[in-house]
Design a protein. Structure first.
Ligand code: HEC
Ligand code: HEC
Length: 430
């Protein structure tokens, strides 16, 4: 085949073959009735203890399925997106809300920055609820994930003594932290108390009687909505992989050659969603409230495995639409792709010289850096990231051009995913 570009396409095809790049494939064929039900549930604040927050508050279609914040703001907060405000006496959630694009992709099996939800290659569902998880009903890893936001005090449930938006006691917050079954039962009781939901569940699950409905059925519907509605495979990069070589700028092609070649990115950002779904400590600055049981740090994967060597390791994030889904890293420590790449090139130096003024006021003062922090973090540093060589400014620009080519044009306006109203009658974030 003749190439018009002095061999760039050939070079690119070669690195792609070498690194076994595959296009994404998402099972969009979810049942329509489940998608419709899931959409309502995703936007309905009835799922939250105080009826003041929905999944969409933090994963809104108009903010690229994330919340545009470094760290999420849960129960008690006001507004959506960048202007969302923390409720009085509430703390920031220690982590960045990830985008949720393409999570129905083949091979996707982990959830959360620390992978505390996972489906193992032999189909076993792992989660914080252990054997309480209704594995017989849950259909996929997206559904398993959807079981947990309603159990999280900070995200949706609330703390003991909270009152809801009508001033009534928040009954979900009164439940003990390990009593998952009770939490799911009470949320589900609220949902099926609304006649419109019974109708929607009957359409989605004609074979299940109302008494037999479990929150896991709602979770499957939430998953169907997310899998169907946030799946996009039309980025310039996807078009290129499908054989349309003109969709990618020359600069982006050079960037791809670097990404899959000498820059070493694909050794971790591999596969369909550009992540190996493994965990690394690349010395991302610690900002935010962290966790009380870890002296205010967020020790990431180690929270899940209890292994010292996993301290400060976080899952390699997927990169589709990444140009639009900042702030970046598990805690939103960086606001530009340029800084993110610089960080990979020289993690220790970037940590030592981290400029917290890029953060919002409230967050800036939570950045802690001293020799002992650096020492503790360095002990479990993942040397795998040393594959990233020193790169010129020009090469960094090329990599950014490639990352920009991962943006699907269809994500530009997703406001059609916001329903006019939800069955509870509670206000819909828009
Ligand atoms: C207060 C904001 C907030 C709310 C409300 C919320 N989330 Fe999230 N979501 C987050 C944060 C923060 C994380 C990352 C947490 C972590 O890794 O520990 C996350 C993680 C996820 C992930 C995992 C993505 C991945 O790749 O690991 C999915 C999927 C998701 N949320 C869907 C939902 C659904 C469905 C709901 C409603 C049932 C919901 N979220 C409610 C903030 C929120
Ligand atoms: C050793 C594995 C590894 C290599 C190699 C690697 N990354 Fe990463 N990357 C990660 C991990 C892990 C994170 C998240 C770290 C955290 O949040 O603590 C990350 C974060 C990112 C992010 C932020 C995404 C988001 O949504 O927050 C981008 C962009 C990124 N990497 C691009 C690159 C590029 C470009 C290269 C090559 C120059 C590269 N990475 C090489 C593991 C790697």
């Amino acid at each position: 085949m003749p190439y018009s570009d002095g061999g760039l396409d050939t070079k690119l095809k070669h690195v792609i073959r070498e690194s076994e790049v595959n296009t994404i494939y998402t099972d969009k064929a979810q049942a329509v009735a489940k998608i419709n039900l899931g959409q309502k549930l995703f936007f309905d604040k009835i799922l939250s203890g105080s009826q003041d927050i929905s999944c969409a508050t933090c994963h809104h279609p108009t903010t690229n399925s994330g919340d545009d914040l470094s760290l999420s703001i849960g129960v008690g907060g006001q507004g959506i997106g960048y202007s969302r405000e923390l409720g009085e006496t509430r703390r920031l959630i220690p982590r960045n809300a990830p985008e949720i694009f393409n999570r129905g992709a083949t091979g996707w099996r982990t959830m959360f920055w620390d992978g505390r939800v996972e489906i193992t290659p032999d189909g076993k569902m792992l989660s914080p609820a252990d054997d309480k998880l209704p594995t017989d009903v849950l259909e996929n890893v997206v559904a398993v994930q959807a079981m947990f936001p309603v159990t999280s005090r900070q995200e949706m449930r609330g703390r003991k003594g909270d009152v809801d938006i009508e001033g009534k006691p928040n009954s979900l917050a009164a439940i003990g932290d390990t009593d998952f079954e009770e939490m799911w039962a009470r949320v589900m009781a609220r949902i099926v108390a609304i006649p419109k939901y019974i109708e929607l569940f009957k359409q989605a699950y004609p074979e299940v009687s109302v008494e037999k409905l479990h929150f896991a059925h709602a979770a499957n519907a939430l998953a169907a909505f997310q899998i169907h509605s946030f799946a996009f495979e039309d980025s310039p990069w996807d078009e290129f992989l499908k054989g349309n070589t003109h969709t990618l700028s020359e600069k982006a092609k050079e960037g791809a050659v670097l990404f899959y070649g000498r820059a070493g990115c694909a050794s971790c950002h591999s596969g369909t969603l550009m992540t190996d779904q493994k965990y690394y400590n690349i010395l991302v600055p610690q900002i935010g409230p962290g966790h009380r049981d870890s002296a205010g740090f967020d020790i990431g994967r180690a929270r899940e495995t209890d292994k010292k060597e996993d301290a400060f390791a976080f899952r390699t994030p997927p990169l589709r639409n990444v140009a639009k889904t900042g702030p970046y890293m598990h805690n939103g420590a960086y606001t530009s792709l340029y800084d993110v790449i610089k960080h990979h090139i020289n993690p220790l130096e970037m940590l030592q010289e981290y400029d917290a003024s890029q953060l919002d006021d409230g967050l800036e003062k939570t950045f802690r850096l001293n020799t002992s922090t650096i020492l503790v973090m360095s002990q479990t540093f993942s040397s795998e990231v040393n594959v990233v060589p020193s790169l010129t400014e020009h090469e960094i620009e090329q990599l950014i051009a490639f990352l920009n080519s991962l943006t699907s044009p269809s994500t530009k306006n997703l406001s059609h995913l916001v329903p006019d109203s939800v069955p509870s009658g509670l206000p819909v974030d828009r």
